[in-house]
Design a protein around this ligand. Structure first.
Ligand SMILES: [Zn+2]
Length: 445
């Protein structure tokens, strides 16, 4: 007898009519026509079952603090950092824990199964670190929380940041972070990348740096990050978050940079909602978008995962733990509009991000952890189009969140009629174009 059986699901690869059987926290079978009994049976009705959403870049120590102690008036990254500096001394460990746990509940309801959260280490009391280590332990049965030691004020610029970052790693924080573009000089930025990568290499840890989060085309710390990754043999364990300056770099330089990143196996984590909101603030018109070169990075073979970065904090007033909002924005800003490109945006908030975080047993396949989401949509593109409702969220074979389908009741004079937004069939007018939309990019030819 199975613990849970999902009947008649559609998978993200397009397979339809699939049953998914779960036993002892794992997926025991994924095939058509499973007839064995189960403690609970859910009829998916042909709708999409996806592996959980994965958020590879977040700030859980700051989330849901909007308005405390004031709002960000200019809307810039720098005022956000200053405002966070005002909040840090007045918040308590308990405040951070309470906000983070509230956010974890929202995230689970929205089908997020794993979050990589940066945690500020520029605080002699390490309140955020204490709080999020506690939260990581508390949520582990329903959410994988990976923590990044993040010296927000600069590991060299802030006098105690280096020792506090090392203390945080000693306390059990998982990943080494950094912010080279916020150090005093380009040279100190490069030095910070070198020192932090050496710490990661020595401890056998992954690296994820806020890297070149600016509109300055001369901010080229990603080059140093790729180089240090190669030098220290950290290939596949390093991610560059944001990389917005790449938007403004000249094409010739980028034609050298991207192959360096490929060689080093560096991953990229753009944060579409935040990048489009914070970048280009010094421009009049034309105004830059500030999202990194998603299509070019992907086409070169770099793993690209979209992060949400912020929800209701000093940098961003909106957000609702919805990775489909993130995919929707990334798709628009990156002009990823072909069917293949849109489907890829779904991968950017699921399997690509899982790969960046190094998650084990991820996927809807026999032997994987029984973690998945049933969506009110029939394919990944429709899921993004509708920011589809989550009907059931399953973790280790147990339903941990569920909701009724959203059905509108429409009455246009001929009586009341139910309307399900998700049931609009897609009629293909020909074969899907090849990945990257069939548009040739002559810049790299
Ligand atoms: Zn961030």
């Amino acid at each position: 007898m199975f613990d849970l059986l999902i009947k008649n699901a559609t998978l993200t690869d397009g397979q339809t009519g699939v049953d998914i059987a779960c036993k002892d926290g794992k997926i025991a079978a994924v095939e058509a026509g499973i007839t064995a009994e189960a403690a609970e049976v859910i009829d998916a009705g042909g709708q999409l079952v996806s592996p959980p959403f994965v958020d590879p870049h977040f700030h859980m120590d700051a989330t849901l603090s909007l308005g405390t102690p004031r709002m960000n008036v200019s809307g810039t990254l720098l005022e956000g950092i200053a405002l966070w500096g005002e909040l840090k001394p007045i918040q308590t460990v308990d405040d951070i824990v309470a906000r983070a746990l509230r956010y974890c509940e929202l995230a689970v309801a929205k089908g997020i199964g794993a979050i990589r959260s940066h945690v500020d280490t520029c605080d002699d009391e390490l309140k955020g670190v204490q709080a999020l280590l506690q939260v990581r332990a508390q949520v582990k049965d329903y959410l994988d929380l990976q923590l990044v030691a993040f010296p927000q004020d600069g590991v060299l610029r802030d006098p105690t940041a280096m020792q506090n970052t090392i203390r945080a790693l000693d306390m059990g924080v998982d990943v080494v972070g950094g912010i080279p573009h916020f150090e005093r000089t380009m040279a100190e930025g490069a030095e910070s990348v070198r020192l932090l990568c050496e710490i990661a290499a020595k401890r056998g840890l992954m690296v994820d740096m806020h890297c070149d989060e600016s509109d300055d085309p001369q901010s080229r710390h990603i080059e140093t990050l790729a180089c240090e990754t190669q030098r220290l043999g950290l290939n596949g364990r390093v991610a560059g978050s944001h990389l917005t300056s790449m938007h403004s770099m000249d094409n010739y330089y980028v034609s050298k940079l991207i192959p360096l990143m490929v060689e080093a196996g560096v991953h990229a984590i753009p944060n579409p909602l935040i990048n489009i909101m914070l970048q280009g603030r010094h421009d009049s018109y034309p105004k830059r978008r500030g999202q990194t070169r998603v299509r070019e990075l992907r086409d070169a073979g770099i793993t690209v995962g979209f992060g949400s970065d912020c929800v209701m904090d000093p940098w961003y007033s909106l957000g609702k733990a919805d990775m489909l909002d993130v995919a929707f924005m990334g798709l628009h800003v990156g002009q990823l509009s072909s069917r293949a490109d849109m489907a890829w945006c779904f991968d950017a908030v699921t399997e690509n991000s899982a790969r960046i975080m190094g998650l084990q047993g991820y996927g809807v396949a026999k032997g994987c952890a029984a973690n998945f989401v049933l969506l009110q949509a029939t394919d990944p593109i429709e899921a993004i189009r509708l920011r589809a409702h989550r009907l059931a969220v399953v973790r280790k074979g147990r339903v941990i969140a569920r909701s009724n389908p959203v059905i509108h009741e429409v009455n246009l004079g001929a009586g009341q009629k139910p309307l399900d937004e998700a049931r609009v069939p897609f009629v293909s007018e020909g074969p899907d174009p090849v990945i990257s939309g069939g548009i040739r990019d002559s810049r790299f030819e």
